[in-house]
Design a protein around this ligand. Structure first.
Ligand code: PLP
Length: 423
């Protein structure tokens, strides 16, 4: 309560923005993930890895727009590409050159992706990948994992058996990181199952990496039954030049993308083996439709070509991955030194604290005490000038420096010393 009061007193302008929005928007926001009580901080400006809120407070941006902000807030090459595209007209109602370029850049990075199509978001990419898988296999059911998040309509928190949206897809569920259970479910479903969709690291449920053994079991069982294996790499494709699939050495049939790939502009994409993607080929009779006014948004396509073609190359991807690994190792060493019930999980540049001792290898429903500690952590970090996702997730952006990581490390140490999270 005290942390909330201090928070509110320092942010009168954010409070006023929230109060006005609340009259015309339920909860005063249009993204559930950005909402928290008493009111969310409203940001007014960003530059590099810094943000400024409506009350003039400065933050180190460790949220990185939930992984979409990889390049920072003012990457000049991306800004130039967007401005140049705007100067040539925004909505041209025609195919352009850049979508083919961006598609080639993606196919060049991901050996499992022969062909790709674009959407406006990761959510849509998953919808279309599942549609494609069902079209290709002629089957209907889909297997997803408890704790999985594949977009607003595909939210499967632990303890809640179904998505909040009534999906028109018959779904089955299995436990994440349980290779035997998942393989059994796939075999039991047999020829009813069109696809298995999985995050190679569950992001939303707390940056929980899938084990290679688990993904390998999915690969083998789907190969046996003919279901397609879809990797949702909307968040994780940043973990290597060819995504987390390359790092793990496992080849899915289809992959979905989103977030940073269009330099921070709205984006989604789904792709895979040519024979699968051929279901969308309009040259063929009976091709599946995949329309969408903004699918080839000229700003996203232009920004994406620069983001992937000129900035986020193999060297940049590896350096970012290594910086994240170093930071997470240091944080976990500090948690152990302080003897607290706190542990960071993740892969490379993404990490989330859990207020229980590690290792954390599966999603779980947090206790009230854990939720309270998570909230305290969030407000303490804000007070220290660090902007994180409300659930504590950190997604490092390219302009975050080692000195920035050291500042965060010092703030976490202070939190451990002051709040002493115990179970
Ligand atoms: N899939 C995963 C793994 C995600 O983390 C997200 C978003 O956080 C999505 C899909 C949905 O992407 P979008 O928010 O662009 O619809």
């Amino acid at each position: 309560a005290e942390a909330r009061e201090t928070y509110s007193a320092a942010r009168p302008n954010s409070a006023a923005i929230h109060a006005k929005a609340r009259a015309v928007m339920p909860g005063g926001n249009t993204r559930t993930v950005l909402f928290y009580t008493p009111f969310p901080t409203a940001m007014t400006r960003g530059e590099g890895a810094r943000l400024w809120d409506a009350d003039g407070r400065e933050y180190l941006d460790l949220c990185g727009e939930y992984t979409a902000g990889l390049f920072g807030h003012s990457e000049t090459r991306i800004l130039d590409a967007v401005k140049a595209a705007m100067d040539r007209g925004i909505n041209l109602a025609a195919v352009g050159e850049n979508e083919g370029r961006l598609a080639a850049l993606i196919c060049g990075r991901f050996p499992s992706v022969d062909q790709v199509r674009f959407t406006n978001s990761g959510t849509e990419a998953n919808i279309m990948a599942l549609a494609g898988a069902r079209g290709f296999t002629g089957r209907t059911e889909v297997l997803a994992f408890r704790g999985g998040y594949h977009g607003g309509v595909f939210t499967f928190p632990v303890g809640t058996p179904v998505s909040p949206v009534n999906l028109p897809i018959p779904m089955r569920f299995a436990d994440f990181n349980d290779p035997d259970g998942a393989a059994r479910t796939i075999r039991e479903a047999g020829e009813a199952l069109a696809a298995v969709i999985v995050e190679p690291m569950q992001g939303s449920s707390g940056c929980i990496p899938a084990t290679r053994e688990f993904l390998q079991a999915l690969r083998e069982a789907t190969r046996e039954t003919g279901a397609l294996l879809i990797f949702d790499e909307v968040m994780t494709s940043r973990h290597g030049f060819g995504g987390l699939q390359q790092r793990l050495g496992i080849t899915p049939d289809m992959t979905t993308f989103g977030k940073y790939m269009a330099g921070g502009m709205s984006f989604g994409a789904f792709g895979g083996r040519a024979e699968v993607m051929a279901v969308f080929d309009g040259h063929r009779a009976g091709a599946m439709p995949h329309a969408g006014t903004f699918n080839n948004n000229v700003l996203s396509m232009a920004a994406g070509c620069v983001a992937l073609g000129e900035i986020f190359d193999e060297t940049a991807a590896e350096a970012l991955y290594a910086r994240g690994e170093r930071l997470r190792d240091a944080l976990n060493a500090a948690c152990a030194r302080h003897g607290v019930a706190m542990h960071f999980t993740g892969v490379g540049s993404m990490m989330t604290p859990h207020f229980r001792p590690g290792p954390v290898t599966a999603p779980y429903k947090a206790s009230i005490e854990e939720e309270q500690m998570r909230e305290l952590f969030f407000f303490d970090m804000l007070a220290a000038g660090m902007y994180l996702a409300r659930r504590g997730m950190v997604a490092l952006m390219l302009p975050v420096t080692d000195a920035d990581c050291e500042r965060f490390f010092a703030a976490v140490e202070e939190f451990c010393a002051a709040r002493k999270p115990v179970l």
